[in-house]
Structures are given as C-alpha cells and as structure tokens.
Design a protein around this ligand. Structure first.
Ligand SMILES: Cc1cc2nc3c(=O)[nH]c(=O)nc-3n(C[C@H](O)[C@H](O)[C@H](O)COP(=O)(O)OP(=O)(O)OC[C@H]3O[C@@H](n4cnc5c(N)ncnc54)[C@H](O)[C@@H]3O)c2cc1C
Length: 385
C-alpha cells in the first residue's frame, strides 16, 4: 500500500467511522461504503452507555488520544441503582464516571451522526445505499454483527422522571442478561437485554417495564418500540483474507453485558494505525482487546453458574465502595480467570465459534459465503490464516 492508495471501509458504524477518521486525518484517501441510509439506521434514538470501567484510561481521554472529538451529546453517570433478582435495591457509585450516556441514530447530537460529521470534515467520502458484496480493494471490514447472540428490546419515550440509571437482574425481566432504565433530560429508554429466551421477548419486555413501574416509578409518554441484536465471538484472527475486521463484525463485544461501542471504536483505531505503520493488526488487538474479551467470556460463565445467589452477591459487592473499581477488577485476566477460561470457552463454544473464512484470498464481505473450491475451502475454527 502506498500513501496514495485508496482505502475502502465497509460499514459506517462507530468502528468503520473511527477507522476512517484516523486514516483521513493521516492524509489517506478513504471511502466508506454503507449499505443503508441514513447513518445509525440500526438504532432508534435509544440511550446507550459508553462504558468507562474496563480500562484504567478514561474512555473520553481514549477517544481524544485517537483524535476523535466527543462532540456528540453525552452525560457522565457516576452512580445508579442496581436491582437484584428479588427487587432489592443497591445504590452504586463510582469514584469517576461509570459510563457516558449517549444516543444512537441519525439525528443531530447522536454518536453516529457526530462521527459521520467528523469523518466528512476529515475528507472521508461516505457512500450510502452502497452494499459491498465482494471486496477486492485495500481496506477494512466493519459491517456490524452477522448473527444474533444477544438481543435488546423495549421503548424510547418522553417522561417527567428525574435523570437516572437503573439496571435490574433476574431471568424474568431479562433471561441471561439484565433490564435497564435510563433517563436523561426528559427522555428515557427502557429495555430487556436478553442472552437467551428470545422467543419470549415480548413477555420479558412487559415484565421489565412492570418491574420498573413498580420499583423505579417508570412513566412513559409517546413511547415508541425499538429493538436490535448483537454478537460476541472469539475471532480466530479478525482478518478476512487480507482485510482487517473490526467492531462487531469481528465479534468484538463484551460477552457478559453486550457492551460493544468502546471495542468497536478502539478496534477501528487499531486497524487504522496498523495500516498506517505496517504493524500487525492481529497482534495489536490480541494484546489490547484480547484479555478484556477473555475476561468477559469468563464473567459470562460465572454469571450463568452463580444464578440468583451470584447476582445478589455481585450487586452487593458493587454497592460497597467504588463500583468502577469493582468492575475494572472483574476485567483483569488474573490467574483464576486464566484457569477458568478453557471451561468458559467450552460452555459457550457455539456462541463464540468463528465461522468466517480464513482463506488468504477471501474477498467476500458476508462470511458464511461457502468456499473457494477444493483448494480454498472454508477452514474449520481453530486453524489460523
Ligand atoms: C439495542 C442495543 C443496545 C445496545 N446498547 C449498548 C450499550 O449501551 N453500550 C455499548 O457499548 N454497546 C451497546 N450495544 C452494542 C453497540 O451498539 C455495538 O457494539 C456497536 O454499534 C458496534 O459498532 P460497529 O461499527 O461494529 O457495527 P454497527 O454499528 O452495526 O455498524 C455496521 C454498519 O455496517 C453496515 N453494513 C453491513 N453490511 C454491509 C455491507 N455488505 N456493505 C456496506 N455496509 C454494510 C450496516 O448497515 C451498519 O451501518 C447495543 C446494541 C443494541 C442493538
């Protein structure tokens, strides 16, 4: 690749746009090809959290260091109320913000629209309604989740409730996951984030909303339904042929709680830096994101094993002292988690399996595309490029 080589990025989500911004600011010619129109079409004005607990470095400083301006509407939350499975409430507080609340979608002030504006200002050409099927260019794949390992569904609404964040644990409100109520400035989002039981999603959403009505005073006006899906995976290499794969397309999402925005942006930045410097992208994501993803897999396994008693212990622990510190330590790949990792991987083998093609000349965006004939048939998980 020379300095004048055009770089194509498939997908205008946070991963693809972050990658484009870094490349364009370094003087490269960048085209982002986005299937749908407008930006952020997967989202519906819902509130999401940019987590600030998996690293020592503050998430907004991490963005700034990569040259990404936090000029989207965001509000730092350093506290909230966690509900245990029996409805017991635990007040939690962090020494620094636990997360930044932001909105997703295409309108002004939303994360997606803000990243698009930064990319355009840096000279990136973004083509909407441009679905990439085969990929012969120099570039990066950032096409988002390819299957549903976790779903979230609920309502966005207007309200007179005070600002706040209320997560709730329990299989009735969110099997294998958690329900959440987020309110800021007269707007709210309530949802059930489920890791199993997708067929009964309407019942779980109803249960979550009834729970928050009874325990947190949920009041909704002009409520609109929304939903979406995501995928966590352990990628073999996060390379498709010669192309780096970033964000949820690679499966970069926390297996415990489904947080993916920070990993998406960070992997986009890493891929851009590697394209600029010639460094090895696989080595970079494995050393930086790998331990966090692995700790998330072990945490998912522990969450499943612990049942309601485990949820109560975890909620109590979060409420004693600095909740951010407790969460940060949960993502340290300490000896115990390293030892537990093979068991956790085996338990979630199906969900974590990377079915993407590892043929070195693969030029296909959709990873379940078949094979390349006898010489390049899809290799099975476990083999490397
Ligand atoms: C309801 C919901 C709530 C969530 N809440 C949180 C949260 O609170 N905190 C958090 O951190 N994460 C959350 N997540 C996860 C987070 O939204 C994702 O991890 C993040 O958006 C992933 O970014 P991405 O750029 O990898 O993919 P995406 O945002 O999915 O972007 C990928 C883009 O690629 C495009 N595309 C796909 N195929 C093609 C193609 N062939 N050609 C061209 N373009 C293509 C798509 O149209 C899409 O615009 C949530 C997810 C959902 C669904």
């Amino acid at each position: 690749m020379t300095n004048s080589t055009k770089i194509v990025i498939v997908g205008a989500g946070p991963a693809g746009l972050a990658c484009a911004i870094v490349l364009a600011r370094a003087g490269r010619q960048v085209v982002v090809r986005e299937w749908k129109d407008p930006v952020g079409h997967r989202f519906h004005d819902d509130f999401q959290g940019l987590e600030n607990w998996t690293r020592e470095l503050d998430v907004l400083e991490e963005l700034a260091a990569a040259g990404i301006t936090a000029d989207f509407d965001h509000h730092s939350f350093d506290r909230g109320t966690v509900f245990g499975p029996s409805g017991h409430r635990y007040a939690v507080k962090g020494r620094r913000p636990l997360f930044s609340l932001l909105r997703r979608g295409s309108g002004q002030g939303k994360l997606d629209a803000a990243l698009l504006a930064q990319a355009s200002a840096a000279g990136v050409e973004v083509r909407f309604g441009d679905r990439e099927k085969t990929f012969a260019d120099v570039g990066v794949l950032a096409a988002g989740p390819l299957e549903a390992g976790v779903i979230a569904a609920g309502h966005v609404f207007e309200t007179d409730m005070p600002d706040g964040a209320w997560p709730a644990l329990g299989d009735d409100v969110a099997p294998g996951g958690y329900a959440y109520l987020l309110v800021q400035g007269g707007r709210g989002t309530v949802a059930s984030c489920m890791f199993t039981g997708f067929r009964d999603q309407a019942r779980h959403v109803r249960a979550a909303e009834e729970f928050f009505r009874a325990h947190a005073g949920l009041e909704m006006r002009n409520a609109r339904g929304f939903g979406g899906y995501g995928a966590y995976r352990w990628p073999r290499s996060a390379m498709q042929g010669v192309h780096p794969v970033i964000g949820e397309h690679a499966g970069f999402q926390d297996a415990l709680a489904g947080f993916g925005i920070r990993h998406a942006i960070r992997s986009g930045v890493l891929a851009a830096e590697c394209l600029l410097t010639g460094n090895d992208y696989v080595a970079r994501w494995k050393s930086e994101l790998g331990p966090l993803l692995e700790a998330g897999i072990v945490n998912r396994w522990l969450f499943g094993l612990g049942g309601e008693a485990g949820m109560r212990i975890a909620s109590r622990k979060l409420a004693t002292g600095d909740a951010g510190g407790v969460l940060r330590r949960a993502y340290d790949l300490i000896t115990f988690r390293r030892l537990a990792l093979p068991l956790a991987r085996r338990r979630y083998r199906k969900a974590l399996e990377d079915l993407s093609c590892s043929h070195v000349d693969c030029d296909c965006v959709w990873y379940l595309h078949g094979d390349h004939g006898s010489a390049g048939a899809n290799e099975k998980a476990g083999e490397t490029v």
